[in-house]
Design a protein around this ligand. Structure first.
Ligand SMILES: *Cc1c(COP(=O)(O)O)cnc(C)c1O
Length: 398
């Protein structure tokens, strides 16, 4: 997953160009910047690489999701359907928009179950937010079909699946809107950063304005610009965008290494008949940043996770117990622990929800382990790790 493993001269060169001009801001100062526009250049590169018509860089992936909410008109009283297994930014940004985060089960793809989504739809549903977790994708065909039939928006959180695709289309550029995160542990990084992508010109114009206090960016005198809407500051800096430019040119290389190393681990684990692998709706489109697999029972999965870590084999995630990526660990959400008064409808939904009702998700996440794929492994290290993981699992199952 982490592009930082390949940080080097290309990134330093881009950053140095910004340091030489001293113009660290992405807007204005036209006569001082010597023709350097790193954020603009990165946006153009993102459009080209991912096949999106428009791209708006932001200060983080979380900011990109908040920008998406604003640009797509998601707000007070709206419901957004999101998965029980995701990163906390999903509900953070839905709640920040004043909308209601409606939880729906995941299936063995580790992403939203289309049937659970269908059941969660109400007259107030404004959008579905599939999250392409751990490098692989949700069932986009079924979700797109649901959105079309019910006339609701599809916002893809592709923060963990940069470079992945579904039936030839890049994840994050399939729905009405999509986001990436470029934080330090993502497939490519800016240090901190994110992007909102869309093919809708109006959404893009609004995103461009929203991320910069509502500035319309018309003309060349920033002080004289008008502000059609209330906005915010979610701007990326030129320094961060420069890092991203170095990284995006390495994306193909990163994906190739991930896929090669992932296959080494997978080959070793495929010889264990009790194991099954995460369902990948389009295997060719896996970004391969993780290899996720299932043990037959929750007890066995827990024991395997413990044994792997006891044997010093890091990077294996048992989300069900250890981590705040799953609903079970979102105590603050379950108790609606907000620092400020929430929208009444949001507070009511959070307090009324039965968080033990997601049995299908529990049944899947309780048996799942995701193994991180590094870029820096030598062939020998990958093989060695594969053997160690396989042996540890066999011992637990014996
Ligand atoms: C990392 C991540 C985010 C948030 O990105 P930041 O840049 O860290 O704010 C959102 N969604 C998912 C699925 C993520 O993994």
């Amino acid at each position: 997953m982490p592009g930082f493993e390949l940080f080097g001269d290309a990134e330093r060169k881009e950053v140095n160009e910004v340091l030489e001009s001293g113009i660290l801001m992405r807007y204005g100062f036209d006569h001082l910047r010597g023709g350097r526009w790193k954020a603009r250049e990165l946006e153009a590169e993102i459009c080209r690489v991912f096949g999106s018509q428009y791209a708006q860089l932001t200060s983080s992936g979380t900011a990109a999701l908040s920008t998406a909410m604003a640009a797509m008109g998601i707000g007070s009283g709206d419901e957004v359907i999101m998965p029980t297994f995701t990163f906390v930014a999903s509900f953070e940004t839905i709640i920040a928009a004043g909308a209601i985060p409606v939880l729906a089960d995941v299936d063995d793809s580790l992403c939203l179950d289309p049937q659970a989504v269908e059941k969660a739809i109400t007259p107030r549903t404004k959008a579905i937010m599939p999250v392409h977790m751990c490098g692989s994708m949700a069932q986009m065909d079924a979700l797109l079909d649901i959105c079309k039939r019910h006339k609701i928006l599809l916002l893809e959180d592709a923060c963990q699946a940069i470079g992945g695709s579904f039936q030839g289309k890049k994840l994050g550029a399939i729905g009405d809107g999509g986001t990436f995160s470029f934080d330090f542990v993502k497939t490519i990084t800016c240090g901190e950063g994110g992007v909102f992508m869309t093919n809708n010109e109006e959404y893009h114009t609004r995103a461009d304005q929203y991320t910069d206090h509502g500035h319309d960016h018309i003309g060349s005198d920033r002080g004289a610009e008008t502000h059609p809407f209330i906005g915010y500051n979610f701007r990326i800096s030129e320094l961060h965008a420069a890092v991203g430019l170095g990284q995006i040119r390495k994306l193909d290389q990163i994906l190739a290494i991930q896929r090669k190393n992932n296959a080494v681990i997978k080959n070793a684990l495929a010889a264990i008949p009790e194991l099954s692998f995460r369902r990948i709706p389009d295997p060719e489109g896996d970004n391969a940043s993780f290899l996720s697999f299932f043990l037959p029972t929750e007890e066995q999965a827990r024991s395997v996770a413990k044994a792997l870590s006891a044997n010093g084999i890091g990077g294996n995630f048992y989300w069900y117990d250890n981590n705040w990526h799953y609903i079970r660990k979102w105590q603050h959400l379950q108790e609606a622990q907000s620092m400020f008064p929430l929208q009444p409808a949001v507070a009511q939904y959070l307090r009324q929800t039965d968080y033990s009702a997601f049995k299908q998700s529990d049944g899947i996440m309780g048996r799942a382990i995701s193994s991180l794929i590094n870029l820096s492994w030598t062939e020998e290290q990958a093989q060695d790790r594969a053997v160690k993981i396989a042996e540890t699992i066999k011992k637990v199952l014996a």
